[in-house]
Ligand binder design. Structure first.
Ligand SMILES: [Fe+2]
Length: 416
């Protein structure tokens, strides 16, 4: 049923159930919720999960285990967790990585019998049902804004969430730890379905994840990255070292998460990785690059340094590899570009870029669409992209915080 590579497994079977009954039946709704709960992946989302169950300092004597089982079955299996520090906090994070799960299957889990039971769903092995993801970035200027967009996104029952950087605006600073507490509160309160399903989140790095915003040639090692961006590397298993990475969902979807000069330079090693990563996935129907600073800004100056670097080093790779859609952030607006190929509009070969990161932040005035050749649409509005994947196409529904549709877009799969 379950198997792990490196985690000791202890079957506690019905003992915990007996204890729960002995202490009196506690309604699930009255049980303790954790102060933070993050599901993500570092392996294939069709057969694995990473669970981070946060605990307050006073709960540090609670054994470091997460219990899990196929949803609706009888016997809990206890997975020994890696107990990690919450950076700049006395909270702790219990992390388990579970592998060899069944695709498209529901599993329930809890921190202990006294705590609320949640569940997750592994992704299907093939795209034989539509996959829904909700994407955006620039997540928490105000907790109420973040929570409102979370609720709107959850109306679409997404399989998972993608956030391309600028998460809690902690800037890697100790003094901003409360922003991360708000972020975690918002997730626990609003990124869960009424039935208790928790969608995994896939995050990338933005300038507000790291002290100083950009690497500025200060970074020579992973230790440097973790010192300057402690929350990002401490609180999210993916992408982890070195700050960018790819997740392959079977062979139908790959999310390629880049780092736009925050803890890694764009030119050189990362661009070599981007080239190889895209080329190796030539048969993947949905291959989606996600990163923070836009190649095609809707608010900022076209010639800003990071945008120029993305256009110079990554855009040609997107075009060579027939990428249909790339997700950008950072400018705090909604934008849709025209299909772009070799610095011109090209409906046949062009790449569509959607952004620009306004999940839960103050919005900004946008460039005039009529005056900006690469923009097809731009609005000063908070939004989320609800993307439904089919074998031959994706449908993007752009929604605002009231779950009203701003527009919808059909994008063919790469094999079409
Ligand atoms: Fe940003």
């Amino acid at each position: 049923m379950f198997c792990t590579k490196s985690i000791k497994l202890a079957v506690i079977s019905i003992l915990s159930t007996v204890l729960a009954f002995a202490s009196g039946l506690v309604a699930e709704s009255e049980k303790n919720t954790p102060p933070g709960l993050i599901l993500t992946w570092t392996g294939d989302p069709t057969t694995s999960i990473v669970i981070d169950w946060h605990r307050m300092a006073e709960d540090k004597d609670t054994p470091a285990f997460i219990q899990a089982r196929p949803r609706g079955t009888d016997n809990w299996v206890a997975f020994e967790a890696e107990r990690l520090p919450f950076p700049h906090s006395d909270r702790i994070v219990d992390r388990v990585s579970i592998e060899n799960l069944q695709p498209d299957t529901e599993y329930e889990f809890r921190g202990s019998p006294e705590e609320k039971t949640y569940w997750f769903r592994t992704m299907p092995a093939t795209l034989d049902r539509p996959i829904v993801l909700s994407a955006g970035g620039d997540v928490r200027h105000e907790k109420s804004w973040m929570s409102a967009m979370n609720r709107a996104a959850m109306e679409h029952d997404p399989d998972f969430i993608v956030w391309g950087g600028d998460l809690a605006y902690g800037n890697g600073r100790r003094r901003n730890v409360s922003r991360w507490y708000e972020f975690m509160d918002s997730m626990v309160e609003t990124l869960v379905t009424p039935e208790g399903r928790v969608p995994p989140v896939i995050v990338g790095m933005g300038n507000h994840e790291i002290r100083g915003g950009y690497h500025r040639n200060r970074i020579n090692s992973q230790a440097d990255r973790e010192r300057l961006a402690p929350y990002f590397y401490g609180l999210f298993a993916f992408p982890g070292d070195p700050g960018y990475g790819v997740l392959d969902f079977g062979d139908y979807l790959s999310i390629v998460m880049g780092d736009t000069e925050h803890s890694n330079p764009i030119p050189g090693v990362q661009t070599d990785w981007m080239r190889t990563t895209l080329r190796q996935r030539s048969n993947v129907a949905h291959l989606i690059p996600v990163y923070h600073v836009p190649a095609w800004p809707s608010v900022r100056d076209f010639d800003n340094r990071e945008s120029r670097l993305v256009r110079e080093h990554w855009v040609p790779l997107f075009e060579e590899n027939r990428i249909r859609l790339a997700l950008e952030n950072h400018d705090h607006s909604y934008k849709r570009t025209v299909p772009i190929f070799r610095n011109a509009e090209d409906a046949g070969r062009g790449v569509l870029y959607l952004g620009d990161g306004s999940w839960g932040v103050g919005t900004r005035d946008v460039h005039d669409v009529e005056e900006t050749w690469y923009l097809a649409e731009a609005q000063k509005i908070r939004h989320s992209l609800v993307i439904t994947l089919y074998p031959d196409r994706k449908i993007v529904r752009v929604i605002d915080a009231d779950n009203s549709e701003i527009e919808s877009i059909i994008i063919p799969a790469r094999n079409q």
